[in-house]
Design a protein around this ligand. Structure first.
Ligand code: ADP
Ligand code: ZN
Length: 348
């Protein structure tokens, strides 16, 4: 049995890998009086039958991450009599994971839940680390908690039904782990981007495992996002601003890939990253199926989004910039600095 133990300060839990996770979840559920699967309608139709438990299906899409859905879930769980001897199983992508994690953390002051992430981004990022959240009209993930799951179960073969755009979404985070932490991982992914779209599990499964290992180590050292965990924000300062300035037309991973390109160039312009390393990063990014054009981004809107970034410190904008492939550090820049480099950064 293949697993990684995450030593989160709030408690340790296992991340299991492989095609036999479905049996393992059932085995775990035997320790509870009842189990309920929460999923979205797409994922429920594809994989719901693999677990012999009732399913609450949600509407797919980011719009489901709302207070209304929490209220509906709480009603549903109460009607089904879920209590602290019950287990909730979140089966799906980031939307299901974030929403079920948050609801599980507040329902009866917290009940047991496990994650079965089914998108690439959820398998390498969202499913690990215990961040939960919903959106409000005033912001994405404005309401959330840190609540570690009782276990995470990853079957990479479910990615075979994911559309290409969802693979691209996940590749943002995958390449990010390489750039900030692991040059060998970076090279493997750079050389095998196609393997992700074709879902060659001999390449993809070990990459997912390595990403989870990196994230697990970082979360163990910094559960609440104060220190080391910040390096995982590489690509995310420009990335979040791009998501906002473009009216959320790019998904998160697409914006992170675009953000990594801009932040790599910024690091180079600041003399922090060599030309060779920037060229390698650009090469990897350009192998991903994504149109890296920035013409639609309004500079003023980008700057305004950067000014409101929650990662900002001491009135400066916080960037996690690569120093070389496999190592990144936080750099604080003024708004004026960013304005000065903007044109050059988007031109490349
Ligand atoms: P995220 O990309 O953040 O994980 P979602 O949870 O919204 O986001 O999932 C993205 C979309 O992919 C949703 O429409 C969801 O129903 C669908 N989906 C999730 N997992 C799979 C899968 N394994 N196969 C096919 N579609 C999936
Ligand atoms: Zn991210």
């Amino acid at each position: 049995m293949d697993r990684i133990v995450v030593q989160a300060p709030s408690g340790a839990y296992n991340i299991h890998f492989g095609r036999d996770i479905w049996q393992q979840v059932q085995q775990m559920a035997r320790g509870y009086d009842q189990a309920l699967v929460v999923s979205d309608k797409n994922v429920a139709a594809l994989y719901g039958h693999r677990l012999p438990f009732p399913i609450s299906p949600l509407e797919p899409g980011e719009g489901t991450k709302s207070f209304e859905t929490i209220a509906a879930l709480v009603d549903d769980w109460a009607e089904r009599g879920l209590d602290r001897y019950s287990l909730v199983i979140a089966l799906g992508g980031g939307v299901v994971g974030d929403l079920v994690g948050l609801t599980a953390s507040v329902y009866r002051r917290g009940i047991a839940y496990v994650q079965i992430p089914t998108t690439l981004v959820a398998q390498v990022d969202g499913g690990v680390g215990g961040k939960t959240g919903i959106n409000t009209p005033r912001g994405k993930n404005l309401v959330g908690t840190f609540y570690q799951p009782w276990g995470v179960f990853i079957d990479p073969s479910v990615l075979s039904t994911l559309p290409d755009r969802e693979i691209t979404n996940g590749l943002g985070e995958v390449l990010k782990y390489g750039v900030v932490n692991d040059p060998a991982l970076f090279e493997v992914v750079r050389g095998h981007v196609d393997a992700f779209y074709e879902l060659d599990l001999e390449v993809v499964a070990p990459v997912i495992r390595r990403c989870v290992e990196i994230k697990g180590e970082i979360v163990a050292a910094d559960e609440r996002d104060r220190g080391l965990r910040r390096i995982l924000n590489h690509g995310h300062t420009f990335g979040h601003a791009i998501e906002k300035a473009a009216g959320y037309r790019h998904n998160h991973g697409e914006a992170v890939l675009m953000g990594m390109l801009l932040e790599g160039r910024l690091a180079h312009l600041l003399g922090l990253l060599s030309s060779a390393d920037l060229a390698a990063i650009e090469d990897a990014l350009f192998r991903v199926k994504l149109d890296y054009s920035f013409a639609h981004l309004d500079k003023g809107e980008m700057i305004s989004a950067l000014i409101h970034d929650k990662k900002n410190r001491k009135g400066s904008i916080s960037f996690i910039l690569p120093r070389e492939i496999g190592r990144a550090e936080e750099v604080l820049l003024s708004v004026e600095d960013v304005e000065k480099y903007w044109d050059e950064v988007i031109r490349g």
